[in-house]
Design a protein around this ligand. Structure first.
Ligand code: KIV
Ligand code: ZN
Length: 522
């Protein structure tokens, strides 16, 4: 039986909106950040790092908007150890119910010498001064010793001792480069906790990157050695190989609670939807074999496994799909399903839509059900994802046709309507159907963005499966995502491209923040 009296509560510090968002290809626009922030609150994170306010006016505004609506957890803003960064965080967090200022400064020899060009004494002095400055207006100050795993542990203890005196209440030990091994990192945490003067007055945190694929293992080792808080991201997105994955840490603690004697307050039944939401807004797909939330995480293919699972699920499942929010196989929806059944399914899937979007999605569902015998939950998710485009449409698809051949290339013709009412039709030649039709679209819009990513997949299997396309386009250093779904793969590609184009047009017209995304489904 679990011994709850001895189960420590570990705080989850989510940094999807900061370390996750700063990773290549993971940018989100302000509406998307708000959507993710609301979901993180529902998930039950203890702290969400909403951004790095001094890094850009857009980031400051996003942190401000998030701080204005989130009530049930702390909202943190990241700062270098500079007064101007801390002033920006103060402004951004002014309306937060539970503000946290997160200050960092590197403590490793290589960072101090080559990046900061500061002596050890200067680092100690700067860190303490920054924490003291923030403490004047915020009672909750976290300090991170960047690159701690490659720092002299005694020096980290010295810096931590000084920042505690200056008012820091959480001390973070980052494995910034993902260099540490679990045993070693666990011992480091234990050592620093034992040798930091005044350690009993602070909580200890870890923040681990995944360069060697050890981020979750290192975070768990840290918890076993006394860490009170772990910093992580949904789907493990983050700089380079990413950060520790929130869902993996949380489920390791839940499933092995008796051994680890630690747990979190996360509502694990929201993990799957949180993962899908982050994948949707970033345009970054979750790998099928990803632990906890990947498409195959609960799929049993081998006959011997299937036989075991049918007899008793626990033969090959250490947790249930329902415990992470993957819906049970339920009644299939098809062309005879009514609006009630459809709305109920949306509710079960945790997909909320406004009344107008519901109309569109239901009509789409009926169309799809005519072409496909069985409409799966993933199909429905894709429909909702497509209908809830985050930006208004500058261009709407009317008609298209492609002609393709083995040796003579392809031609594509497309008609788009501009929001001002004018329709334009262009024909273009290309290396294949997608190339020709994208070229035709570029001629209509009068721009030539780079196609940085084009990914085509199928939702569920079979020849009637819907094609799902993700594209990322770039222009002058800015990027936009688009997502499109259709039973025709050329059409799903066109929809995705137009969705990205609409996000681009909207932002270039002054509508979006950094890196918008959109979806095309109609
Ligand atoms: O990886 C890192 O060290 C960081 C710090 C700012 C906490 O992201
Ligand atoms: Zn980091």
């Amino acid at each position: 039986m679990p011994d709850h009296a001895h189960t420590r509560r570990i705080k989850i510090f989510d940094t999807t909106l900061r370390d996750g968002e700063q990773a290549p290809g993971c940018s989100m626009n302000p509406q998307e950040k708000l959507e993710v922030a609301r979901y993180l609150e529902k998930l039950g994170v203890d702290v969400m790092e909403a951004g790095f306010p001094a890094s850009s006016p857009g980031d400051l505004e996003s942190v401000r908007a998030i701080a204005g609506i989130i009530r049930d957890c702390s909202v943190a803003g990241l700062c270098r150890s500079l007064e101007k960064d801390i002033d920006a965080a103060r402004e951004a967090l002014a309306k937060a119910a539970q503000p946290r200022v997160h200050i960092f400064l590197a403590t490793s020899p290589i960072h101090m010498e080559y990046k900061l060009r500061m002596s050890a004494d200067q680092v100690v002095e700067r860190a303490a001064a920054a924490v003291g400055y923030a403490k004047k207006f915020c009672s909750d100050v976290e300090f991170s010793a960047e690159d701690a795993s490659r720092s002299d542990p005694d020096f980290v203890c010295r810096v931590f001792g000084e920042v505690i005196l200056a008012g820091a209440s959480t001390l973070n030990i980052p494995d910034t480069t993902g260099y540490a091994l679990p045993d070693e990192f666990g011992r480091l945490v234990e050592y620093i906790k034992a040798h930091t003067p005044g350690a009993e007055k602070a909580a200890f945190s870890v923040h681990v990157h995944n360069d060697l694929g050890l981020a979750v293992a290192n975070s768990l080792a840290a918890i076993q050695n006394g860490a009170d808080q772990v910093e992580c991201t949904i789907n493990g997105i983050g700089e380079r190989a990413g950060n520790a994955s929130l869902e993996e840490i949380v489920m390791a603690l839940r499933v092995r609670r008796e051994l680890l004697r630690a747990d979190t307050r996360i509502d694990t039944t929201q993990l799957y939807n949180a993962s899908r939401l982050v994948s949707k807004v970033t345009g970054v797909k979750v790998q099928p074999n990803k632990a906890i939330v990947g498409d195959n995480a609960f799929a049993h293919e081998a006959g011997i496994h299937q036989h075991g699972v049918l007899a008793n699920r626990a033969t090959y499942e250490i947790m249930t799909p329902e415990s992470v929010g993957i819906p049970k196989n339920r009644m299939v929806l098809g062309k005879h399903s009514g609006r009630h059944a459809f709305e109920d399914r949306l509710k079960d899937l945790g997909l909320s839509t406004d009344a107008a979007t519901l109309e569109t999605v239901f009509a789409e569902f009926k169309n799809l059900a005519d072409r496909k015998k069985v409409v799966s939950d993933r199909d429905i998710e894709a429909l909702v994802m497509g209908a809830s485009a985050a930006v208004p449409e500058t261009w709407t698809l009317e008609h298209w046709a492609v002609n393709t051949s083995d040796a003579l290339g392809a031609s594509g013709v497309i008609r788009l309507r501009h929001k001002d009412g004018e329709a334009r039709k262009v024909i273009a030649l290309g290396d294949g159907p997608i190339d020709s039709i994208f070229k035709a679209i570029n001629q209509i819009i009068g721009r030539e963005p780079d196609l940085e990513l084009y990914e085509l997949g199928a939702i569920t299997g079979g020849s009637t499966a819907q094609g799902e396309t993700m594209v990322k386009i770039g222009l002058d250093g800015r990027r936009w995502n688009g997502h499109g779904v259709s039973t025709d793969v050329v059409e799903s590609s066109i929809k995705a491209y137009i969705a990205a184009v609409n996000a681009m047009e909207w932002e270039l017209a002054g509508g979006g923040g950094s890196g918008a995304s959109a979806a095309g489904n109609r």
